[in-house]
Design a protein. Structure first.
Length: 154
């Protein structure tokens, strides 16, 4: 594979939790449609429209959330808006910050940006994951780390 085609590649990394958002969106949309069609009065129709809108929003979030890696750098899509791209020369390392919760550990990957105030990390919340024990990293974080090292070589 040539360097040109490798740089032109665009990869979207997302969490498996996005599937839960999609499923909730479909359930809400289904309930809303049923409320619209089988409601008895205007109030139930209005509530049904609101529930369909909420379901559509959940679907949009589930499809859109993630981290996009392309030739311009790393873009974090946390919701409807996207962050500014972190250009490749500024990308330092990928580190995982771990927070202990009562039962599980929350792991949030961070991009350490070179040249910012004290190496300020940028959290990649759409790739956050939970784990019970051990120091296992998610496949998405491993994939992102390999993409970062690939771009460093170029």
């Amino acid at each position: 594979m040539s360097q040109q085609s490798r740089r032109a590649r665009r990869v979207k990394l997302g969490s498996s939790w996005n599937l839960l958002l999609d499923a909730c969106g479909l359930v809400f949309a289904g309930i809303g449609v049923a409320t619209i069609f089988f409601g008895f009065d205007a109030a139930s129709k209005i509530i049904g429209i609101a529930i369909v809108a909420l379901g559509a929003y959940f679907l949009l979030l589930g499809v859109r959330r993630g981290v996009v890696v392309d030739q311009s750098g790393i873009v974090v899509r946390s919701g409807v808006r996207s962050s500014e791209p972190i250009p490749w020369p500024s990308v330092g390392t990928i580190e995982v910050e771990e927070t202990r919760l009562p039962i599980v550990r929350l792991c949030v990957p961070n991009v350490v940006v070179r040249g910012s105030a004290a190496g300020e990390p940028v959290p990649l919340r759409p790739l956050a994951y939970y784990r019970l024990t051990g120091s296992r990293r998610s496949r998405q974080v491993d994939r992102l780390s390999s993409l970062v090292s690939e771009h460093r070589r170029d």
